[in-house]
Design a protein around this ligand. Structure first.
Ligand SMILES: [Zn+2]
Length: 254
């Protein structure tokens, strides 16, 4: 069995086709799903998915929506975390890709990240982190807020050194659809060399594939690629990553 630890099943591209998506995933041996939110307007759709057995949800505000996010949205997140003790916090993080960003925009992303790390710490939840070109700032935010609950650095695309910094903050490394691109050298190196105890598998569906809708069934291909890169059996990848997911989801709330 495998888990897609990052799939946007509440996205309008996937949401109307869930029965077929779950059936295809089951066929590929992908039987558990972690579904993050991206902004307050999709919290309801994500919460509705929590009714599916084998779906685990995360609630949070993605850095792309940092400027639009209001204090009331953070208050709403705090209330929902209280009401839903099994919800993780995500998708939160920093996206410093794109040179046209201003210092003020990055500061706003950082402020929103820190506020959500504090909420996650207060409610004792792991986080799902989006990180593009921002590893040092993410590590600084975790240290500054004293966040200790762990989680996943999703869609990892950095160097082994960056992966080790994130692991040092208690995070697992999300290995995903980048691996399906043979030229994504850094992602392939991370998948080949990081200790298996620190790896999570994910698709980031429906995103990440050119001219194609990504779906959780593709976790199977990602797991097979990791197995090939490491020269070990798919069953070994599945056993260890499932153990990692079980450990992540075993958090105890206050
Ligand atoms: Zn995502």
């Amino acid at each position: 069995m495998l888990t897609d630890t990052h799939c946007h099943l509440a996205d309008p591209v996937l949401n109307p086709n869930l029965p077929a998506i779950f059936a295809d995933a089951a066929q590929a041996g992908v039987c558990r799903f972690i579904v993050p939110a991206t902004q307050r307007s999709d919290f309801d759709a994500v919460l509705a998915l929590a009714r599916h057995p084998h779906v685990h949800i995360a609630l949070g505000i993605h850095p792309w929506f940092a400027e639009a996010a209001a204090d009331a949205d953070l208050a709403c997140l705090g209330t929902l975390l209280q009401q839903h003790p099994r919800a993780l916090v995500g998708e939160i993080g920093l996206d410093f890709y794109g040179k046209q960003q201003t210092a003020a925009q990055r500061a706003r992303q950082n402020e929103l990240l820190c506020a959500q790390l504090e909420l996650a710490e207060q409610h004792r939840r792991p986080v799902i982190l989006h990180n593009l070109k921002a590893t040092a700032a993410i590590v600084a935010a975790i240290r500054q807020t004293g966040f200790t609950q762990g989680g996943i650095a999703h869609a990892f695309s950095g160097s082994l050194e960056e992966a080790r910094l994130l692991i040092g903050c208690g995070l697992k490394i999300g290995i995903g659809s980048l691996l399906l691109n043979p030229t994504a050298q850094k992602a392939r190196r991370a998948a080949a060399e990081l200790p298996l105890a620190h790896i999570m598998l994910e698709t980031d569906s429906p995103f990440m594939l050119k001219n194609q809708t990504n779906t959780p069934a593709n976790v199977r291909k990602i797991a097979e690629t990791v197995a090939t890169l490491r020269g070990i059996a798919l069953t070994e990848i599945a056993a260890q990553t499932e153990q990692n997911v079980a450990q992540l989801l075993a958090f105890q709330t206050a």
